[in-house]
Structures are given as structure tokens and as C-alpha cells.
Design a protein around this ligand. Structure first.
Ligand code: MN
Ligand code: MN
Length: 461
């Protein structure tokens, strides 16, 4: 054998996805990304993504889960977990004792949540105080247009949905930063301290109401909120109002090869899972799509992946087939669908380039996340990695390997560990992203599209 032949038969030769994708898939990729962008424009919070999933699922004949219901092959069911997370299933021809094929992504993203008593006035400017949610670089959030999204539970029991800042006719909100002329002290601080958490106060108004007394600007804002939504100040105490970047998902690059949006992490995998589930037809094993909440703060709480709601849903499906939930879990597979860090040539020192995902090389499979000696990682087995590798190859999915940064640089987590703790074989895989957790994140259209094909392959494995 020549060295060329040896090289070809023995060594990997990764190729850019654009050299591998078929002409038909190129066309499909563009239309897929338009649908994904529309989803991103409509969904910036876990509640909005859950509501969107419910609406679309119902159009396709999915039925709401009812405890005690009997399920048959082909049935399409969803469990709306209090409007903040959702699990959807297409019942397979094989019983659940053979296990389910699960894809689990999350629909929450880093942002700034209003505090329970947010509204105040200082120097005749009205502000809302926030507490950031998830891992943000605080200096990235001032001086960009922001929108208010959320719900308020009013004293009379009614729930008001509020969205301000997304329509072109809407005002936007903003956090200020210091002018460079006076920033001599600030500029000496490390990035982590240049903007403090208690400085992430959002300007909501400056016009005083006519009259006497204190806080006339704040009073005017409260009057506006009362006229438009019927709110009084105490209603903030039973609300989930959040500040997210205003604006739409945009094509990025002169060649339009990228999508820039708030919250690719992890709605890029969430949308991929949903569209794949909606288009697989009849699976052999039961296909389950999870869109979890609270991943960005540790998958805790009633809507996070550690919540027992998942057992409630899967347990009921199993019972209707006379199957023990433990037996179903033990035979199941889960793709923990979450983004990875794409290699960024501006910051090469943070990664092991030989083991980092790259834009346009497809879905990145991540054996382990974690930090400092794989701490906190699920660390998938060779067998589990082999299952994913074979499944993706057989389905023609373009994929690559990923690790999250070089050893001892940092790390991260996903829902993988919480699925694996349930005795479900689990592997992380997702879309490589640049500027992860920033107000605008970047992903390549090709990788977004391949993620949907990857989810389809898992559901049908
Ligand atoms: Mn994520
Ligand atoms: Mn994240």
C-alpha cells in the first residue's frame, strides 16, 4: 500500500460540511432555517417556546396528556408542564419495555429577570431592578435594545401576558453604561466587575406625571401599566417578567451562511427536536421530545430536568402498556441536545483545537462536559458513543466531535447527567455556537439543519 492509500484507509480526514452536503439538502437547509428563524422571533422565553410547541403540536393532532389514558402505537401526546416546559411523544409500534428514543433540549436562555420589587425612581428616572438568570457576561448587556417579556398574575387571579419591544412600533428598554470620558476607574477593573449585577437597572421612563410629591416619574409609569394591563405595583410580586435582547433572528455574513439570534442556546436544538418529531411518521420505538426549563441555573425546580414531571409523564405511558417505568428507562436512549462552543480563532488559547467543534462541520457530539477532571460530567460510554456514531453515519448526518474548551480552562453542563441518573443511556450532542450566552449568538445554517436530521435519526433508531 502507498502512504496515500494508508492515509485514506486509516486516518480521519474531516471535511467542511459545505463540501459534503447534497444540492437537495442545501435547498432544504435554507427553508429549514427560515422556519427556525420564525420560531426564534416568536419564542424568547421558555413560556413562549412551550406555548408555540403546544400550538403546533395540536395542529398536528397531538393530544394533551391525561393521567390514566390508554395509548396505542401512532398516538401523539404532549405533557404541558405548567406552561414552562413540555414533553411530547409519538408512541412506537414496539412496547415501552423496549425503551424510548428521547431527545432532550432546553428552552430557557440567559437573561435578566425583574426583581419582585423592581420599579423605582432615582434622579427623576424610572428604572426596573433585575437579577440576571444564567451565566452572562454582565458588560455585554448595557447599551443594547432590550425587550420586556413575561406574565403577571393579578390579584383577581387573571394572568396577563406582556411583550414590549419586539414590534417595530414598540419602544425598547435599555441599561446604560458610563461614558469613556469618565471611565478611568471603571476601565481598570477586570471585565467581570466593569458592570456589577446591581447596575443592571433598566430604564423604563423619564416623564413625571403632573402633580406634587415624590416619584412622579415612577407614578406615571405605574399609571401607564395600569391603563394598558390593569396592573398595580403589588402585581410585580406575582409576576415573571424578564428582560431579553430586542430584535429578530438575522442572517449574518456577506454569504448569509450564519444565523445571529438571542438564545440559540438552546432553542436551536429545541426547534430541531420539534420539527424532527413532527415529521418522523410512525417510529418503531416511542419517540420523546423534551423541552426543559431551568437548564441555565442547574436544571432545578419543578420545570427543570431534575423534576419528577418526567416520571409522571413516562410512568403513565408505561402503565398504560403494563410496563414498569424502570424497565423502560433502562432500555431507553437519550440524546441530550445542547449547543457546544464552536472554535473561535479570536480566542484559540481557550480550546484544544484537535478536540473542539468547528462551524460548518455539523452536529458536535460531546462525550463529556464538566470541568477540572470532567467534574460533574455524565461522560458517555464507548458503547453509547458508538451507538450515536453509527446512527448518525447510517442516516447521513454530518457530525464531528467536541469537548468544551481545553483542560482546566472552565467547563459546563447540560441535562445529560440528570437523564443518565435515571438509568437512561445518554450522550450530549448539539450545534456549535460562537458567542454563547451573549445577547446575540451565532450558529451556522448548515449545523442547524444537520441537528434536525440528527434528532430524526435518533427518534428512528
Ligand atoms: Mn445549553
Ligand atoms: Mn447555556
Amino acid at each position: 500500500m502507498t502512504t496515500d492509500e494508508l492515509r485514506e484507509s486509516l486516518l480521519m480526514a474531516p471535511k467542511n460540511g459545505f463540501a459534503r452536503i447534497s444540492a437537495e439538502d442545501r435547498v432544504e437547509m435554507e427553508s429549514y432555517c427560515k422556519r427556525y428563524a420564525a420560531f426564534m422571533d416568536a419564542c424568547k422565553t421558555e413560556r413562549e417556546a412551550t406555548a408555540w410547541a403546544v400550538r403546533e403540536a395540536e395542529k398536528l393532532g397531538f393530544q394533551p396528556f391525561v393521567p390514566g389514558m390508554t395509548v396505542n402505537p401512532g398516538d401523539k401526546i404532549y405533557y404541558n408542564n405548567r406552561g414552562k416546559s413540555i414533553a411530547l411523544a409519538v408512541i412506537g409500534t414496539e412496547p415501552l419495555s423496549k425503551g424510548a428514543n428521547i431527545c432532550a433540549a432546553h428552552v430557557d436562555s440567559p437573561r435578566m429577570d425583574l426583581k419582585p420589587n423592581p420599579l423605582y425612581e432615582d434622579a427623576e428616572i424610572a428604572y426596573c431592578k433585575t437579577h440576571y438568570y444564567g451565566g452572562i457576561k454582565k458588560y455585554q448587556w448595557p447599551t443594547i435594545p432590550l425587550a420586556l417579556h413575561g406574565v403577571v398574575y393579578r390579584k383577581d387571579g387573571s394572568v396577563i401576558t406582556i411583550t414590549v419591544g419586539e414590534d417595530d412600533a414598540d419602544p425598547v428598554l435599555m441599561v446604560t453604561d458610563l461614558l469613556p470620558h469618565l471611565a478611568a476607574d471603571q476601565m481598570q477593573k477586570p471585565l467581570a466587575k466593569g458592570i456589577a449585577g446591581e447596575q443592571l437597572n433598566v430604564i423604563v421612563g423619564t416623564e413625571p406625571i403632573e402633580g406634587e410629591g415624590a416619584d412622579l416619574v415612577k407614578l406615571n409609569i405605574m399609571k401607564l401599566l395600569n391603563e394598558k394591563y390593569g396592573l398595580i405595583e403589588a402585581d410585580f410580586q406575582s409576576a415573571e417578567l424578564t428582560i431579553v435582547p430586542a430584535g429578530r433572528c438575522r442572517e449574518v455574513g456577506l454569504d448569509r451562511s450564519l444565523l445571529g439570534a438571542y438564545g440559540h442556546d438552546d432553542r436551536v436544538c429545541s426547534y430541531a427536536e420539534l420539527e424532527a418529531l413532527f415529521t418522523i411518521g410512525q417510529p418503531t420505538k416511542t419517540a420523546v421530545c423534551i423541552l426543559a426549563d431551568k437548564e441555565e441555573i442547574g436544571s432545578v425546580g419543578i420545570s427543570g430536568m431534575q423534576s419528577h414531571y418526567f416520571e409522571h409523564f413516562m410512568g403513565a405511558l408505561c402503565r398504560s402498556q403494563g410496563v414498569k417505568l424502570e424497565d423502560c428507562f433502562a432500555a431507553s436512549f437519550c440524546l441530550s441536545a445542547d449547543v457546544s462552543n464552536a472554535f473561535d480563532p479570536n480566542f484559540p488559547e481557550t480550546c484544544d483545537r484537535r478536540n473542539n467543534s468547528a462551524l460548518n462541520y455539523g452536529v458536535s457530539i460531546c462525550k463529556y462536559t464538566g470541568s477540572r477532571g470532567k467534574g460533574g460530567a455524565s461522560d458517555a460510554s464507548a458503547e453509547a458513543m458508538g451507538h450515536v456514531r453509527t446512527t448518525f453515519d447510517n442516516a447521513g448526518v454530518i457530525w464531528q466531535m467536541a469537548t468544551l474548551g481545553k483542560v482546566d480552562q472552565g467547563g459546563g453542563g447540560t441535562v445529560a447527567a440528570y437523564m443518565a441518573n435515571r438509568n437512561i443511556v445518554t450522550v450530549d450532542a448539539g450545534v456549535p455556537v460562537l458567542s454563547m450566552h451573549a445577547p446575540m449568538e451565532l450558529a451556522s445554517k448548515l449545523d442547524c439543519y444537520e441537528m434536525m436530521l440528527a434528532c430524526k435519526a435518533i427518534y428512528l433508531a
